[in-house]
Design a protein around this ligand. Structure first.
Ligand SMILES: Nc1ncnc2c1ncn2[C@@H]1O[C@H](COP(=O)(O)OP(=O)(O)O)[C@@H](O)[C@H]1O
Ligand code: SF4
Ligand SMILES: [Mg+2]
Length: 455
């Protein structure tokens, strides 16, 4: 068993309780076009993510492919710099509280003294701003195991050099001492001395993952980011690697961030779950609670999609339609284009008009100009009146969800021009719905009290 939240809090005064604290982290990638490589937009791979990882626990980070898990994992391990926000390491309780207070105060509302204190905390704890020595300590302490052991292991190196390399780089061991340490590491992952002089291609997928794990353990880290460590393996081999990771966690008191698209894998490994959708957290909470009482429809869909984990009454939930483009994430709740229980408050806007028509195979032919007044209102000019009328018909047809029609505050055609407007809504916020359990769904939060009255 991994350590429970209760046991964790008992230990909190020994060392800092929070190993890693992610705050308002964004990582955007520019999309470049044409020969001049002009920046045409940004993929918002991670878009304002905050959560904590406590010492000794396993946090499962789940979501469909492309939702930003690897990017977040790379920022956390310091392999990638955030575009905004940051990753804080080793905050004790008091600075942790202080940092949150300061970050929650709008920058124009902070006093000069508060600004100064924020700078100090950033310098002391944020991994991209901390002194070199502390950063080196973090790099040592935080290791990564990738999904694809084949490409992360140098094919021209012998196992003894792959596993021994970190020890050499950090001048931890040399000569016969190095050899003995490498054998010890191989031993701890179920391999042995007989494997020292072999190349990665001479091993099976599961064995290669064992080599990666041995290498990650070489410097005796206390935190390992596991990025889909078993996703490329057969089910039976998966179970062996999960057992190994579990045993190593017990033996070395490790903290894990376990990244996976398969909720079933983390179910038995994690103390807490963080569910991501299109670059944001949509639900987070203690693992048991999230599985037994999921609040966000996306989490429900993931559980239902999992053939071994979902309960039957949730079987009705299925993910509909394609994942939207992370360069143009839907407004309001990013999940609203696929949510089976979406409401008129969930963020319908002008982009949905285009998305809906595209996905129902209708092209808005003849649009000669689009004049956007805001995200929520626009005027579209067509070449002919007939074309304009087609759009209005389409928006009133079955191709468009009823709830989207209900959130239209204006749909008007005059000659060749169509005006569409939606009731503006805010971004859906993550709110507390139970002990340590947060969700970003208007059906469970207080963002729109009228919805709660309705239910
Ligand atoms: N180096 C990069 N340049 C441009 N886009 C990237 C880069 N890395 C990731 N992305 C994009 O960011 C999004 C999130 O990717 P990723 O973090 O790999 O998701 P996941 O691990 O959840 O599958 C995807 O749309 C992906 O195409
Ligand atoms: S806020 Fe809730 S109901 Fe609305 S789209 Fe998102 S998940 Fe669905
Ligand atoms: Mg990934």
């Amino acid at each position: 068993m991994t350590m429970t939240a209760m046991q964790m809090s008992d230990r909190s005064h020994e060392a800092s309780e929070y190993l890693v604290s992610v705050r308002n982290l964004r990582r955007h990638f520019p999309i470049k076009e044409g020969v001049l490589q002009r920046v045409a937009g940004h993929v918002r791979a991670v878009d304002d993510v905050s959560f904590d990882i406590r010492r000794g626990e396993t946090v499962g980070l789940v979501g469909e492919s492309g939702c930003g898990k690897t990017t977040l994992g790379r920022c956390i391990s310091g392999l990638l710099n955030p575009t905004e926000g940051g990753v804080y390491f080793g905050l004790e309780s008091e600075p942790h509280r202080e940092l949150d207070d300061l970050l929650n105060t709008p920058s124009d509302g902070r006093t000069a003294e508060q600004d100064q204190r924020l700078k100090e905390l950033t310098h002391l704890y944020r991994i991209d701003a901390m002194p070199k020595k502390r950063w080196a300590e973090y790099r040592r302490n935080c290791q990564v195991v990738f999904q694809d052991a084949f490409s992360s292991l140098n094919p021209r190196q012998l196992v003894k050099d792959i596993v021994g390399r970190p020890l050499k780089v950090y001048r931890e061991a040399s000569g016969s001492h190095l050899n003995a340490r490498v054998i010890e590491l191989l031993d701890s992952v179920g391999l042995g001395e007989q494997h020292l002089f072999r190349y990665p291609h001479q091993f099976s997928g599961g064995q290669r993952q064992r080599i990666s794990i041995a290498r990650a353990l070489a410097l005796d880290p206390n935190f390992i980011v596991l990025d889909e460590p078993t996703s490329a393996l057969d089910v039976s081999v998966q179970a062996q690697i999960l057992n190994l990771l579990h045993r190593l966690q017990q033996e070395h008191g490790l903290t894990y961030l376990f990244i996976t698209h398969d909720l079933n894998v983390v179910r038995h490994m994690s103390d807490r779950i963080v569910v991501m959708y299109l670059g944001q957290i949509c639900e987070t909470g203690p693992s048991r609670e999230v599985f037994q009482n999921p609040r966000h429809p996306y989490t429900e869909a993931l559980i239902a999609a999992d053939p071994t984990g979902g309960s039957e009454e949730r079987d009705g939930f299925r993910l509909m339609g394609p994942i939207p483009d992370p360069a143009r994430p839907p407004r309001g709740c990013r999940f609203h284009t696929r949510c089976p229980v979406a409401t008129e408050f969930c963020g319908w806007d002008v982009d949905d008009v285009v998305r809906q028509l595209e996905s129902s195979g209708v092209s808005i032919e003849g649009v000669s100009a689009v004049e956007r007044h805001s995200d929520f209102s626009a005027e579209l000019d067509f070449g002919t009146e007939a074309q304009a009328a087609v759009l209005v018909d389409q928006l009133q047809s079955d191709a468009v969800p009823d709830v989207m029609k209900r959130s239209l505050s204006q749909l008007k055609r005059s000659d060749k021009r169509v005006s569409v407007a939606f009731d503006p809504v805010e971004e859906v916020r993550l709110e507390r719905v139970g002990p340590e359990h947060d969700t970003a769904c208007v059906l469970h939060t207080n963002q729109y009290p009228q919805l709660r009255e309705r239910s």
